[in-house]
Design a protein around this ligand. Sequence first.
Ligand code: CA
Length: 236
Amino acid sequence: MQYGRILVVEDEPNVSELVALYLSREGFEVRVVEDGEMALEEFATWHPDLIVLDLLLPRIDGWEVCRRIRARSHTPIIMLTARTDDLDRILGLEMGADDYVSKPFNPRELVARVRAVLRRSKGASSTGSQAVIRLPELEIDRERRSVHVAGQEVRLTPKEFDLLWLLASNPGRAFNRQELLEHVWGFDFFGNDRTIDVHVKRLRRKLEPQDHPYRYIHTVWGVGYRFEAVPAEDDD
Ligand code: CA
């Protein structure tokens, strides 16, 4: 089973349906939008892990969508180019696309590219493509492995830090406990859900003391946990 949300931006239904079918068969969660404006909206609210982006789109074209997403995010983008045009390809990669697939394409090839790009981007983020997360009352520095709450340094254990980084670098995304175990402790760790709950409890105590105005780690009932900075009154 794969995990990940894929946003498919494509105005030709026969192409997008095929792509969505193949990707969801692989276990990805897929959403399809048909123009550039909807792509930007969906990107901002749904937080996909990867975007499959056609170039020729109504309203806002694929180049512009790519440029605007790159201005604020490292989310991987695979471009669908209509021609086997080297210029399209080079421009796309210069705009920050991670890979491209020329139409017509074999959906299996696209699935393979999606997997490869996701694998690469996970590797890149673990060597620090984003180094510091800054919120009004919380700062997390990946290089220094330091955490400040309202300007005061808070000491975390290595696992607490890794868990916090994973959640905070994917705001709005719900992780189940198994995913968290696999990401933070590794596949061969014989832990259980209780391990995660204990660590989350400790993190909350350190990051969200009684009088602190923000709440960060939210329980998603029946699933696991999700990171978001919201006022503390708005409890789960
Ligand atoms: Ca198109």
